[in-house]
Design a protein around this ligand. Structure first.
Ligand SMILES: N[C@@H](CCC(=O)N[C@@H](CS)C(=O)NCC(=O)O)C(=O)O
Length: 96
């Protein structure tokens, strides 16, 4: 696979953020860790609103400065599909 740049905007107080971060870490998938402090309502800032297309929720996964995935279930599925070889322990089902 060509090199892929991933950025995860998240905060660990957020359960869906933890799920996505756990999958990235379990697969040793490289990504930039972009913490948005939940208590400071950082996801409401204008730059994030613009970047997330008005979704304004965490987690948000940005891929190659190209597109972003706003739903954690979709982020997990994207990672489970694109990085299936790194998740060979069956941590994410590929037969879906
Ligand atoms: N269905 C979404 C839910 C995301 C979500 O609700 N995130 C919360 C934190 S756990 C959030 O960003 N809340 C901000 C708000 O409600 O304004 C997903 O699974 O990604």
């Amino acid at each position: 696979m060509e090199s892929e740049k991933l950025e995860l905007y998240h905060d660990l107080v957020s359960q869906p953020s933890r799920a996505v971060k756990a999958l990235l870490d379990a697969g040793e998938i490289e990504y930039e860790n972009k913490r948005l402090p939940f208590a400071e309502k950082a996801w409401k800032e204008e730059w994030f609103d613009k970047m997330s297309g008005g979704h304004n929720h965490i987690p948000f996964l940005k891929v190659n400065d190209d597109f972003g995935i706003s739903e954690s279930a979709s982020q997990l599925r994207y990672l489970g599909t694109v990085h299936a070889e790194k998740l060979s322990a069956g941590i994410y089902p590929t037969e879906l």
